[in-house]
Design a protein around this ligand. Structure first.
Ligand SMILES: Nc1ncnc2c1ncn2[C@@H]1O[C@H](COP(=O)(O)OP(=O)(O)O)[C@@H](O)[C@H]1O
Ligand SMILES: N[C@@H](CC(=O)OP(=O)(O)O)C(=O)O
Length: 467
């Protein structure tokens, strides 16, 4: 079988974990052609983002301190993971080249005193640049040939939308399939850094947080993989985040569209675009646990063979959002109002997560990430306040709770069950939406009510008994 296996940061955060991954890959490679895609080690991308914040805040010491933390962590991992001294020495030399470049980049950014979207992508690409070497050398340590390649080196070409780039698939397909075929011909296991590519000028780009999942499906379609596996620290997609709901159950099979909804609404931090390349190529995906490989995980396909009686399959949540209630009498019966609001937000680069308009048309409510809230309010205030908008009412720290499942379509009584359960738990609902596909029902509560709301819905729909 031709397999693309993606390891998330939670699967490679200790020397023991990396050895477990290398051993498993080595065993599987005896009967399969394997490409590994891996993320940065747990916490590294967050540290790199914090470096950029420190540079913005002109706190050079903090930036240097965080860089040392990353360097020491990777040196330590290299020393603890690799048993053969010659291989360990070679790895440390290779890592040293990256460390020097990282330090030089930070110094340059500090001198300039600015963090552009382009320099940011270059900076945060270091997480994967370091992790691929750890994994690849750990495979070498088992006497198996392996090569580490960044997204740019394997041939992923993207547009120049730094921070949220899109692959140019035709060029990417030609380059990636050629690179991988060359490695397969030499029986070498390629270990590819997820999350990043390069634009046509060779500048490093990223796909946005969680983007390694997307890399896995891009590579999978380029090389016509038989299956793509996403490995993390959980058995698969569950009926709810097991960190919130102790009796959450594993979903054995879901459809691509259910998985997309789950990704969009925060279940398992899958990148929302992950499934895009699969919709036409229809490659089966498995979501599995690196530390429990006996379990087959969740199978994601175009049309699942298992039919569950449950209308709802998953309750998910996304915390840390802001809600903006946009009001104004002149919005009523005034064509183009919504267009003006959303154009203003789009121009400011704001991603709107939820929208609802009350039928009298006197108010439109939107939800954006807390981190975008300031920018969104500022843009609306500058452009439209006093014109079509009379008042903006802002609520910070809200969570979106969503129920997902194909079986909700056309089923009577879902909403009453949901809001009955929520009311019983004294949770106040600020906003409700349902997509016309009836695949999800989402509403907004205070951040602090998230766990209560998720557990109440999980109980109400008896998801612990799902088959
Ligand atoms: N419905 C869900 N099913 C499975 N995991 C979920 C769900 N909702 C949230 N999660 C969380 O997603 C985490 C794994 O995602 P992620 O952090 O992206 O892993 P990785 O870094 O390994 O890719 C799990 O530890 C789990 O707590
Ligand atoms: N390292 C990147 C990309 C990624 O996909 O990570 P993970 O698979 O650990 O969620 C991030 O943290 O966003």
């Amino acid at each position: 079988m031709r397999l693309v296996i993606k390891y998330g940061g939670t699967s490679i955060s200790s020397a023991k974990d990396i050895q477990t991954v290398a051993n498993y890959v080595n065993t599987l490679s005896k009967h399969n052609e394997i490409v590994i895609v891996c993320s940065a080690t747990s916490g590294t991308t967050d540290d790199l983002i914090e470096i950029s914040q420190s540079i913005k805040n002109e706190n050079k010491n903090k930036a240097v301190q965080l860089a040392s933390k990353i360097i020491n962590r990777h040196k330590q991992l290299a020393k603890q993971t690799i048993k053969k001294s010659t291989i360990r020495k070679k790895l440390l030399e290779k890592l040293d080249v990256d460390f020097k470049e990282l330090v030089a980049l930070i110094e340059g950014m500090v001198l300039l005193g600015e963090v552009t979207a382009r320099s940011m992508d270059y900076l945060i690409s270091f997480g994967e640049r370091l992790s691929i070497k750890l994994i690849s050398f750990a495979i070498n340590d088992l006497n198996k040939k392996s090569i580490s390649l960044t997204g740019k080196e394997v041939g992923i070409v993207t547009d120049s939308n730094f921070g949220e780039s899109i692959p140019l698939m035709d060029t990417t397909r030609l380059r990636v399939s050629k690179t991988i075929d060359q490695q397969f011909a030499k029986k070498i296991i390629p270990v590819i850094g997820g999350f990043t590519g390069a634009d046509q000028h060779g500048h490093i780009t990223t796909f946005g947080r969680g983007g390694s999942d997307y890399t896995a499906t891009i590579i999978g379609t380029c090389i016509k993989a038989d299956e793509i596996w996403l490995m993390s620290d959980i058995d698969g997609l569950m009926t709810a985040d097991p960190k919130i709901v102790k009796n959450a159950k594993l979903l054995k099979e879901v459809s691509y569209i259910e998985a997309i909804e789950m990704a969009l609404f925060g279940a398992k931090q899958i990148h929302p675009r992950t499934f895009e390349p699969l919709l036409t190529k229809k490659i089966p995906m498995k979501i599995r646990n690196s530390f429990n490989v006996k379990n087959e995980g969740t199978l994601v396909t175009d049309s699942p063979s298992i039919s569950t009686k449950n209308t709802v399959k998953c309750v998910s949540s996304i915390r840390h959002n802001g809600l903006i209630d946009i009001r104004g009498g002149s919005m009523v019966g005034n064509p183009g109002t919504a267009a003006k609001i959303f154009t203003t937000l789009a121009k400011a680069g704001i991603n709107v997560m939820m929208i609802s308009q009350n039928p009298s048309e006197s108010s439109i409510t939107i939800v954006v990430k807390n981190t975008d809230l300031d920018k969104a309010v500022n843009a609306l205030e500058m452009e439209l306040l006093g014109k079509i908008i009379k008042k903006l009412e802002v609520t910070t720290d809200v969570a979106i709770i969503a129920l997902i499942g194909l079986g909700m379509r056309g089923t009577v009584g879902v909403a009453s069950k949901v809001f009955g359960a929520i009311q019983k738990n004294n949770v106040n609902v600020a906003m409700i939406t349902q997509g016309s596909s009836e695949l999800n029902l989402a509403f907004v509560v205070k951040n602090s009510d998230t766990n209560v709301a998720v557990q109440a819905l999980h109980d109400a729909f008896e998801l612990d008994k799902i088959n």
